[in-house]
Design a binder for this molecule. Sequence first.
Ligand SMILES: [Zn+2]
Ligand SMILES: [Zn+2]
Length: 256
Amino acid sequence: MKIIFLGTGGAVPTATRDNTSFLLESGADLWLVDGPGSLTQKIFRAGRRPQQVSAVFISHVHADHLYGLPAFIHSLMLEEKTVPLYGSAETIDFCLRLIDLFGLRREKILYRLEPRPILPGRRIEVSPGLAVTGFPVPHHSSSLAFILETPEARVVYSGDTPLHRPLLELAAGADCLIHDCSTPSRFLEALPFLRSLHSNSLELGQAAREAGIRLLVPCHFFSDLDFSLEEIEAEIRKSYQGRLFLPADFSELELP
Ligand SMILES: [Zn+2]
Ligand SMILES: [Zn+2]
């Protein structure tokens, strides 16, 4: 199984990092997790085809995680295909309202996202090769972290969130934890909202060590701020000595 990063930035995209989203690839299947930006163009750029996407997962209703969905459907409107759309009930409702604003559920639109709200904590069989469990995290009332399981690997994606110990504990046995790591800790004083909404590299490193995370993938970098990934890495490494992967846009990670 592969993870293909389509974006690794926070709310503000930069020349080199778009808002966070990624693909899980298993065989010919692609599962899209979060949906900002020009998804169709980015999937082509990653050397895959948007028609391969067979499920979509949206972590919460903030614009940087879903605003690309209408354009994605519009670009595939002549493809006759129905793809399940997973998220909390609040997220699904929001996505449908956004899609309807553009009239993208009319009959002549052959590409359809079929709403599949996730009840927190319940494991759902997406397809014979994939199961998902949604786990609430304290970033927004709509927020769910996702546990994505295939026969090959188990991936946990936090979405946006401050550190949430129950999620870290859940991720302890997983092959990979992709976690909000918006800034190094020195920005906490200047930007107090970071503590209640996002995670920083110092605390993420500590929590990952305590939970015994096998492979940590920090993501959702506020790269419009003045820091480097070396600073993120150095802060994480103060505590965490396990496997660490610092993704760039379009980098690929093979699992397990
Ligand atoms: Zn975000
Ligand atoms: Zn958010």
